[in-house]
Design a binder for this molecule. Structure first.
Ligand SMILES: Nc1nc2c([nH]c(=O)n2[C@@H]2O[C@H](COP(=O)(O)OP(=O)(O)OP(=O)(O)O)[C@@H](O)[C@H]2O)c(=O)[nH]1
Ligand SMILES: [Mg+2]
Length: 345
């Protein structure tokens, strides 16, 4: 599917930060420190593909492989660093490997023993999970944990992973034979709601209009259509609910706004374009129950606007033909609308 390649982040540099940590591509300069931290029985015995003792040569080989995997978009291995005595220090690593031809990946991580007990694994792995679901063409991420590793199990649960089964795997450092493991999975719906998910204004508006049951959320959205009949879609950025899925530009109505007024404001805020009310043509609407609210969303068509759309809120924008649009993972409420749009264009 065309989406995968086009959407892969630039291989050169994905740099993620958290309150205390920086996550960046592993480089050959990390080899010495990585070898020192990883050549530790207590760390190695919990990792499936790492021998003990852990020779320096394997550290160099791992780093070389991870550079080429990253360039091909096959796997992303992050060095996790923190500040100690005013210097950046390697404290561990998180690796995400994509399963070819599937919308799934596996995640693994380790933290050097002297940094245990500070929530590093949770902070770093949670960050990579959110980044991956928002920026790669993925629906879920899986993790496998040795049954005698309760600390790691707790990390996964705290991030939002669900246990999906048990099994047996070999562990290089533990010699022959297989060992019991727990299998976990996390999808978008498992991530804790992002703080920006709903505004107080939208909440009070919804509460006022809501019948008993799910609150009603009113959203106006728009299909911008260019001269070649392509439409503009946007990928919801990390930090928003349902990050990584695609949508039409638009947003929630504020109190006192008509759908058209809300849309004109949203298109200016999100894309920096100016649209006249007379250029908005009502098309169809979505009525869809999400777990926490019911969405009512008029969808407008627009063929004329002022300015060139630019992503002002960290979203990824793409002009697509109606056929290409069917290959994108759009928000659930939008799916029934897509064939109608394709027929029209
Ligand atoms: N803009 C937009 N929202 C959609 C679409 N389909 C759909 O289910 N929604 C849902 O409608 C709600 C509108 O969200 P939004 O996040 O765009 O609202 P907004 O721009 O006002 O942002 P804010 O509330 O963070 O300030 C979200 O829950 C979103 O998931 C769509 O095609 N476009
Ligand atoms: Mg919006």
């Amino acid at each position: 599917m065309a989406v995968t390649e086009a959407d892969a982040p630039p291989a050169s540099e994905v740099r993620l930060t958290t309150e205390r940590l920086t996550l960046r591509a592993v480089t050959p300069d990390d080899a010495e420190q990585l070898h020192r931290l990883l050549n530790d029985w207590e760390v190695c015995r919990m990792l499936q593909a790492v021998p003990f003792p852990y020779p320096r040569l394997i550290a160099d080989q791992f780093i070389a492989d991870s550079v080429s995997q990253r360039l091909d978009g096959r796997a992303y291995h992050f060095a996790v660093t923190g500040q100690e005595d005013g210097r950046e220090k390697l404290v561990g690593a998180v690796g995400l490997t994509l399963l070819p031809g599937q919308r799934r990946a596996t995640i693994g991580y380790w933290v050097g023993r002297r940094f245990w007990g500070h929530g590093v694994a949770r902070e770093a792995t949670g960050r990579v999970l959110r980044w991956a679901l928002a920026n790669l063409d993925l629906d879920s991420v899986e993790a496998t944990v040795a049954i005698d590793n309760p600390a790691s199990t707790a990390v996964l649960r705290a991030i939002g992973f669900r246990e999906i089964g048990r099994g047996a795997e070999t562990f290089l450092s533990r010699g022959n034979g297989s060992h019991s493991v727990l299998r976990f999975e996390a999808a978008r719906a498992d991530l804790a709601p992002a703080p920006t998910q709903s505004t107080p204004v939208a909440d009070s508006l919804a509460a006022a209009a809501a019948p008993p049951g799910l609150p009603l959320v009113l959203v106006a959205a728009c299909v911008l259509i260019d001269g070649q009949g392509r439409v503009l879609i946007a990928r919801r950025p990390e930090g928003r609910a349902m990050a990584g899925l695609w949508e039409f530009p638009g947003g929630k109505l504020e109190p006192g706004e008509s759908p058209e007024e809300a849309l004109i404001r949203e298109l200016r805020e999100e894309l920096g374009v100016d649209v006249a009310r007379s250029c908005l043509a009502p098309f169809v609407f979505a009525s869809h129950s999400y777990p926490k609210f019911h969405l009512l969303m008029p969808l407008f068509l627009c063929r004329r606007w002022q300015g060139h759309p630019v992503a002002r809120e960290g979203q990824l924008l793409r002009w697509v033909t109606p056929d290409e649009m069917m290959d994108y993972q759009m928000l659930p409420a939008d799916k029934p609308l897509l064939p109608l749009l394709r027929d029209l264009l």
